[in-house]
Design a protein around this ligand. Structure first.
Ligand SMILES: C[S@@+](CC[C@H](N)C(=O)[O-])C[C@H]1O[C@@H](n2cnc3c(N)ncnc32)[C@H](O)[C@@H]1O
Length: 341
């Protein structure tokens, strides 16, 4: 009897082989979704079935390969095939068609350039990430995907903020690295007594100006150009938002960012930190790898890291909030003591 082969992954060798196969082919599934979004498939699907031929003509692509793509989309439950043609599935209606209530199309299309840099991961390790970053950037506005994430989590954020700010009293919010400014615009729009400052670089601030104007709150959302980590951010804010910003900084820069935020918050005020993927080890590791490809060595920090840095910066009692309803992400609230250190 030959010796049993070592069981590398859970289950028997057949299971481990299947597990490896799934890992190996995961990129195909992503690419089906991204290509469909890039071609505009979901923009052509609506309440009436569309045949593969009609779709191919509308998109300017060949019907044969498009039919194969539609087969993949059907298997992924992103389209439904009827005798008369294709319809969007419930998932596509919720996230991918134009006017979807919780849109993700910009995010999905933006993933195309990330797939290109991931394909260069081996080269990036051998020759440096600069080699991979020189690939053409996505035509998709990077703010668009972030705006969609903001739209999808506005209720969870409003609920978190209302635990520390009185909706009927005036309050000043500082949105550090606020980018598109949608969180500020949303909060200020639903709370007439509140105002906000969105602090970021000039490019994202142009979007923030437009988002605030479109929400009709241009007078209560100020944009402020800053260069972190050393910029002075102002003072006496009741709440600072720090959403998906620490990832852009090296470990030794994060304490400086947090001290700047601490200086800007009034005694008794709060900071609300939102991070990525801190609960899921695989997502955190993948984000970490991607950060090397995109940001030159920044990281997805753990909740423990960020909590310790918040305390070092002078905040009290960092606590995780229930971020129920948000896509992967974590909310951490901390308070600046009345008697500040
Ligand atoms: C991932 S985006 C997050 C935007 C927004 N807070 C959100 O959650 O959607 C990170 C933001 O940090 C800003 N940022 C990164 N490094 C910065 C720096 N050194 N100074 C000012 N802003 C910076 C970027 O311009 C960008 O808008």
């Amino acid at each position: 009897m030959p010796p049993e082969s070592p069981d590398v992954l859970a289950g028997g060798p057949t299971e481990s082989r299947s597990a490896l196969e799934r890992m190996l082919h995961a990129y195909r599934t992503s690419q089906v979704l991204v290509t469909a979004a890039e071609l505009g498939v979901f923009g052509e699907l609506g309440d009436h079935p569309v045949s593969a031929g009609e779709l191919a003509a509308a998109l300017g692509v060949q019907v044969g390969p498009l039919s194969a793509l539609l087969g993949g989309l059907e298997a992924l439950d992103l389209v439904q095939r009827t005798d008369a043609g294709y319809l969007p599935s419930a998932t596509a209606r919720a996230h991918l068609v134009p006017e979807a209530p919780m849109p993700m199309g910009g995010w999905v299309r933006g993933e195309a350039s990330r797939i290109r840099s991931w394909a260069g991961l081996t080269r990036a390790l051998r020759d440096g990430a600069e080699e991979v970053r020189s690939d053409p950037p996505s035509a998709e506005d990077p703010q668009r995907g972030l705006l969609e994430i903001a739209r999808g989590s506005r209720e969870a954020i409003a609920a978190a903020v209302q635990t520390v700010l009185d909706p009927r009293a005036p309050a000043r919010i500082l949105d550090v690295g606020g980018g598109h400014g949608a969180y500020s615009a949303d909060l200020v729009q639903t709370h007439p007594m509140w105002s906000a400052v969105v602090a970021d670089r000039p490019g994202p601030l142009a979007v923030a100006r437009r988002v605030a104007a479109d929400a009709g709150v241009g007078e209560r959302v100020e944009v402020r150009e800053v260069e972190l980590p050393t910029a002075r951010l102002g003072h006496d804010f009741d709440l600072a938002l720090l959403f998906m910003v620490l990832v852009a900084f090296e470990r030794d820069q994060v304490p400086t960012v947090l001290r700047g935020v601490h200086d800007a918050v009034r005694p008794g005020g709060y900071v609300l930190v939102r991070g990525f993927y801190w609960r899921d080890a695989l997502e955190a590791a993948l984000f970490d790898i991607q950060s090397h490809l995109h940001h030159g060595g920044c990281r997805a920090y753990s909740v423990t890291d960020v909590s310790e840095w918040l305390v070092e910066a002078g905040f009290d009692g960092p606590r995780l909030l229930d971020s129920h309803g948000m896509e992967k992400g974590t909310l951490l609230m901390a308070r600046k003591p009345e008697q500040s250190r």
